[in-house]
Design a protein around this ligand. Sequence first.
Ligand SMILES: Cc1cc2nc3c(=O)[nH]c(=O)nc-3n(C[C@H](O)[C@H](O)[C@H](O)COP(=O)(O)O)c2cc1C
Length: 273
Amino acid sequence: MTIFSVDPARCEKDDLCLTVCPLRIIRAGADGFPAVAPEREAYCIACGHCAAICPRGAITLRDTPGAALTPLDKSLDVGFEAAAQLLKARRSVRHFNPEPLSRAQIMEVLDVTRWAPTGTNTQSLKWTVVDGFSRVRELAGLVVDWMRGVAAADPAMGKRLNLPGVIRAFEEGKDPVCRGAPHVVAVHAGRESVTPAEDAVIGLTYLELAAFARGYGTCWAGFVALGGKSHKPILDFLGIPPEEKLYGAVMLGRPRYRFARLPERKPASVAWR
Ligand SMILES: Cc1cc2nc3c(=O)[nH]c(=O)nc-3n(C[C@H](O)[C@H](O)[C@H](O)COP(=O)(O)O)c2cc1C
């Protein structure tokens, strides 16, 4: 079964699919219809650009007919001003409402991350959701265990990261690690990805923006990711096997407060050459 086929009744031979294919593996056959030669199929990264660009839905890629792909809805275009405000107005949320999100609500925003770019389109990110206040508190406890180890072994580093203060606050019942969030979402990947760190950061960014657009709040859980680099109990808790790496995590929940204005930021540092 070939990975690429075209419906001659729909195809107008406009060459759009040939042009946008990033691997340039689609060629016009003797009949003028686009085709992928069997020896080139292995190069296909399944980005789907060929099927997505075809206005007539003429291309079937890997068993999915073009006509079955979700059409883009013009009425949902946000425009630059709305998009820019969304991007600028996302804030790190560190105070959460007691009402957690449902799994369906979390899935809705996680689903958007499937369209984040990944190196050679490997789409190999894996997500783990720590679900509920008590589980998140357990995770924070493991991170604090890691902090205790670092503070004892390398006091200078401990001081630089303010670990003694964080440990003390946690012991007093506060949560400076996961900020009392009802959920933490961690992202990990195995060796199949060629650019796992970049993919993960972009995926988390998509998640943050999708969550913000839905009215939820997120904040990078930097200590979770840092601790997960060397403290195995954190990885075990998250169910991340040895052949995978943890690349980042965010807290997630309903924000208790809403920001009214944009904070100031440095001007973009740009060089023109
Ligand atoms: C890699 C990374 C790690 C972070 N880790 C933490 C963290 O552990 N705890 C926290 O409260 N905020 C954390 N933050 C949030 C930053 O402090 C925040 O993005 C910054 O102050 C700007 O605020 P804004 O996100 O509201 O624009 C982290 C941000 C990044 C990008």
